[in-house]
Design a protein around this ligand. Sequence first.
Ligand SMILES: [Zn+2]
Ligand SMILES: [Zn+2]
Ligand SMILES: [Zn+2]
Length: 120
Amino acid sequence: MSFYVPHASEEFEQTNTYIDEKKGVFDWDDGYCRFCGKDFQSESSFCSKKCEEKYKDTLKTPCDVCGKKIDLFKEVRHHISYFPERVSFVHASCHNKIHKTNLFPHLKPNKDEIDKFCKK
Ligand SMILES: [Zn+2]
Ligand SMILES: [Zn+2]
Ligand SMILES: [Zn+2]
């Protein structure tokens, strides 16, 4: 009689990998709030909805026109200068204001530069 199992070591390795993956996930959401660091003893990333909102807010880019945060992936790339390239992130509505009014002369690209850029 033999208790030799040919695939035993292989199975053991797979189990180890599985545990490591679990641990990795657990480390990420370890019951400490990602924003304020509070230990709230629950398998989540934030202690409250408020902290989640605030954390997401820190990932957003402020608008160079109005200073308010722009929703993620809603940023409009506006060229302040083409040579050298300087890009500013603004709201779509604020972008219109830059181009259609003279309220933000410091954000307008230099007219000579636009001419040069367009003639290229
Ligand atoms: Zn918190
Ligand atoms: Zn804005
Ligand atoms: Zn623009």
